[in-house]
Design a protein. Structure first.
Length: 255
């Protein structure tokens, strides 16, 4: 039986050294090839995104301004890691809006971080809420402010389901309730969505009956204290969330 000191014996004996060195060379060669392939993929994505942004700026007939490095560097670093075409278009729009002179939408330094954190499905879900909210604005005088869109975005559970059913997202839908919960939690964490809970007005009598019983006061016959209190859930874009989604829209499609 080999002792602890013999565990490495045979690996570095004279006859096996060339194989070991050859293996290292092969591994390094494969590593260089993978690094080169990754660099080429990122370059192709870079060209696609920057060309799309340039087309948007040309269509708007404006001369782009220099984007601050603290926005441009993380934006391009994250954008060139994405293969999904829908997300690439959002990165291109974010880049174009950041380069707009006298912008109607201010591109914050947090927007690249938010967009980098989104999956394609999460991004489409946010578009559903944004589009539904924009359609609810009765009088639209462009440019529509982010605060106005945020103020029209408050949806209860039924309204949110209706928004999804009446959108292209309905064909994708939620894989399961857990995916919806994870998505909502993530969007709240990123600061683009707000979730509020309120007592269902239908449960006010239940609360009243409970309070009357605890106080020893005779309650109205119809008030039942043994019913569960029902809660309503509301979803709403934050102002930052509305600004972010506007900045990720092509220039010609901004509200």
């Amino acid at each position: 039986m080999a002792g602890r000191g013999d565990c490495g014996k045979g690996i570095f004996v004279e006859g096996t050294r060339p194989c070991y060195r050859s293996s290292c060379r092969n591994t390094l060669g494969r590593g260089r090839w993978m690094a080169q392939e990754l660099a080429e993929r990122r370059e192709r994505r870079f060209l696609r995104i920057t060309c799309s942004a340039a087309e948007q700026l040309n269509g708007a007939k404006v001369e782009p301004v220099r984007i601050p490095d603290y926005i441009a560097l993380p934006l391009l670093e994250s954008a060139t890691l994405v293969d999904d075409e829908g997300l690439q278009e959002k990165w291109a729009s974010l880049l174009a809006n950041a380069a707009m002179p006298n912008p109607q939408v201010t591109v914050s330094e947090v927007f690249p971080r938010i967009l980098a954190s989104l999956s394609p499905r999460q991004a489409r879900f946010l578009d559903v809420i944004f589009d539904y909210s924009y359609r609810r604005i009765f009088i639209k005088i462009k440019p529509v402010q982010a605060q106005t869109i945020s103020g029209h975005s408050r949806l209860n559970e039924q309204q949110l389901n209706n928004a999804i059913v009446n959108s292209a997202f309905r064909w994708a839908g939620w894989a399961d309730p857990a995916e919806k919960a994870r998505t909502i939690d993530h969007l709240v964490t990123q600061g683009v969505l707000r979730v509020e809970k309120q007592i269902d007005p239908a449960s006010y009598s239940v609360i009243g009956a409970t309070l009357f019983e605890e106080a020893g006061i005779k309650k109205p016959p119809r008030w039942k204290s043994d019913y569960a209190i029902q809660m309503l859930t509301f979803y709403e874009l934050t102002i930052v969330g509305a600004e972010f989604l506007m900045a990720c829209r092509p220039i010609e499609r901004r509200p």
